[in-house]
Design a protein around this ligand. Structure first.
Ligand code: HEC
Length: 139
């Protein structure tokens, strides 16, 4: 009886140990996956366009610097990374939101400026992150 109990515990211990080492191996594999990201995640620096947006869009918008905001829209308009025919939806959203933003900055209309930011983000931010995140930023 006592012997049986001891073997039982031993088996349990083994199973637990195997389970644990399996778990650590998984965690390590996941860690490797994450190493591919060099920016844009917690603990990492911003990706190029993320940082650019903060300096050239967020700051002038907050400061009401319409001229700088307009320049920002003009610059981002020149770096549309999408293909005019293959990615028509994203390409058009990019150009249209830039036009809207330039116009709104001219009119100093904050709501329309926000609308322009959102239009582009809604249509293009996710695919941009998936495909162009390492692209150089407009300067
Ligand atoms: C023509 C497209 C376009 C316009 C217009 C645009 N953005 Fe962006 N924005 C992007 C893309 C694409 C990203 C994603 C960059 C990345 O994550 O690498 C981004 C990212 C950002 C981020 C970073 C968010 C994060 O996750 O850290 C901020 C902040 C931002 N934009 C603010 C603005 C503001 C404010 C405006 C308007 C004044 C604006 N953007 C207009 C395309 C645009």
């Amino acid at each position: 009886m006592r012997k049986l109990l001891r073997y039982g515990l031993l088996a349990m211990g083994l199973a637990l140990g195997a389970g644990l080492s399996g778990w650590t191996a998984d965690a390590r594999a996941e860690g490797k996956e994450e190493k591919k990201d060099t920016c844009g995640k917690a603990g990492l620096p911003d990706c190029p366009l993320q940082a650019w947006m903060k300096d050239n869009m967020v700051k002038p918008k907050a400061a009401g610097d319409w001229a700088k905001l307009k320049t920002g829209f003009e610059k981002i308009g020149k770096s549309n990374p999408f293909d005019k025919t293959k990615d028509k939806k994203e390409f058009d959203a990019w150009t249209d939101s830039v036009k809207k933003g330039i116009d709104a900055a001219d009119k100093q209309n904050k709501d329309d400026v926000n609308g322009a930011c959102n239009d582009c983000h809604n249509a293009a931010r996710k695919p941009y992150r998936e495909r162009f995140r390492d692209n150089k930023v407009p300067n």
